[in-house]
Write a protein that binds this ligand. Structure first.
Ligand code: HAM
Length: 417
């Protein structure tokens, strides 16, 4: 790999794509602020053990995909493959649970997984996530799903579907796991090698195999929904009924198993039919045991994360997102004019106008052409004569009209139009 090429699975986000990112970030901030979720920023790397214990040793993420390294102090560290474990670590470390019974948090940032890159799948990618810690109320599950749904529809994404399942509690899953082992064992020699391996390590993950022959066998596998205890069933029923009341359409998918081991009860994904193989835009669910497993008090929790690259791919299929309109384009040429132009630009900016300062020193007509291409409302033209007199040429680029104005007049004209 050349040193002037981004590493495989990473990429730069340039103009105009960056406008989509800025749009979704501002919509997310607004929606999460209205729902009174607090932003949390956790480190990009944590101890390897946190992820191994949190996400689960038998998962693909921990087994195959982590960027782990030994630092100069001989510690094993890992670039975060997801955000939940770090948030839970912060909750325990800072005893956030003592400040309020329920913590509602959100985060965004880069995550790292050593996966085979393809459209919508990268090695460095970005997530927006929420976590509600301290409530076992099914309303918490429905609230986080509703927030994701509002966020996505506010962005104009309407073709998405919510797939919903319950993976029950630890005891339910133990019984279900045994049922799966009993079911798959007679087919062991027909399973793909990965699924064969999962039969002893993590049989639930076989349900997620993309291998056609394994998929066929999976069709008749037992359903987790038949193994839910009455309490788990009741929780699931309440979540479904709350979502129905909210008008959020969902499909029940008893084969929905998530790639991380910490889930209990509700598990869900929001998918798009326009993303090919990487269809999941959002994934989440409850994780009632994780805080206790990592050394904190018993704290039920629920959350989700949205993959922002996938979201941007979908947004790019909709309307073009443009940068905010440009009010002024400052054009100058000459020894006195050029330093003056910066002063003028700063004054107009302080008055609240979006103002570009041309630094090229090119001829006036060339700079004017650029002002037109940039889509500015006005060009302010400053030559040495204008710099000396303090009267600038203000050109309305739509009408072509030009007048001589002072800085104050220029700002008041722009404010009135
Ligand atoms: P996850 O399903 O592993 O869940 O990831 C959430 C989302 O991140 C996926 O649906 C996908 O959109 C995006 N994503 C994952 N891997 C990649 C990748 N290699 N390239 C691009 N996008 C990707 C979690 O990470 C959990 N922490 C979610 C959660 C929060 N559960 C409870 N709270």
């Amino acid at each position: 790999m050349s040193s002037v090429q981004a590493s495989r699975g990473t990429r730069d986000i340039l103009k105009p794509e960056i406008y989509y990112w800025q749009k979704l970030e501002s919509v997310a901030r607004r929606i999460l602020t209205h729902a009174v979720y607090t932003e949390i920023r956790t480190p990009a790397f944590e101890s390897t053990e946190l992820f191994a214990r949190g996400i689960g040793e038998a998962t693909d993420i921990v087994g195959k995909e982590m960027y782990s390294f030994i630092d100069r102090g001989d510690r094993s560290l890992t670039l975060r493959p997801e955000g939940t474990a770090g948030v839970v670590r912060a909750l325990i470390e800072h005893k956030l649970y003592a400040q309020a019974d329920v913590q509602k948090l959100w985060y965004t940032g880069a995550m790292f997984r050593y996966e085979r890159p393809q459209a919508g799948r990268q090695r460095q990618f970005h997530q927006l996530g929420v976590e509600v810690l301290g409530s076992a109320d099914p309303r918490a599950d429905a609230e986080v799903i509703a927030i994701a749904s509002d966020f996505l529809s506010e962005l104009g994404l309407t073709e998405l579907v919510v797939d919903l399942n319950s993976v029950g509690n630890a005891e339910d899953r133990l019984a279900y796991r045994q049922a799966l082992v009993d079911y798959f064992t007679p087919y062991a020699d027909r399973l793909d090698p990965d699924s064969f391996d999962r039969l002893s390590r993590n049989p639930l993950r076989i349900l997620d195999s993309k291998h056609p022959q394994t998929q066929e066998i999976v069709q008749a596998a037992p359903s987790i929904l038949d193994y839910l205890s009455p309490t788990s069933q009741q929780h699931f029923e309440q979540v479904k009924s709350l979502l129905t009341d909210l008008g959020i359409a969902f499909r029940i998918d008893p084969r929905l198993v998530r790639g991380l081991d910490y889930y209990t009860h509700t598990a869900f994904e929001i998918k798009s039919s326009q993303l090919g193989a990487q269809a999941a835009v959002c994934g989440g669910g409850c994780y009632d045991r994780l805080v206790a497993e990592l050394g904190g008090p018993d704290t039920p929790a629920v959350g989700w994360a949205i993959g922002l690259e996938r979201l941007v791919l979908l947004l790019q299929k909709l309307d073009e997102v443009k940068p905010p309109a440009l009010d002024f384009y400052i054009i100058s040429r000459g020894e006195q004019a050029e330093p003056k132009s910066l002063l003028v630009a700063q004054n107009i900016r302080r008055a609240g106008f979006r103002t570009e300062l041309d630094l090229s020193g090119a001829k006036f007509d060339k700079q004017i052409k650029r002002a037109v291409t940039a889509g500015a409302r006005y060009a302010v033209i400053i030559g040495d004569t204008e710099a000396a007199s303090g009267n600038f040429q203000l050109k309305d680029l739509a009408s072509g009209q030009q007048q001589s104005v002072t800085l104050l007049e220029l700002i008041s004209i722009a404010s009135l139009t």
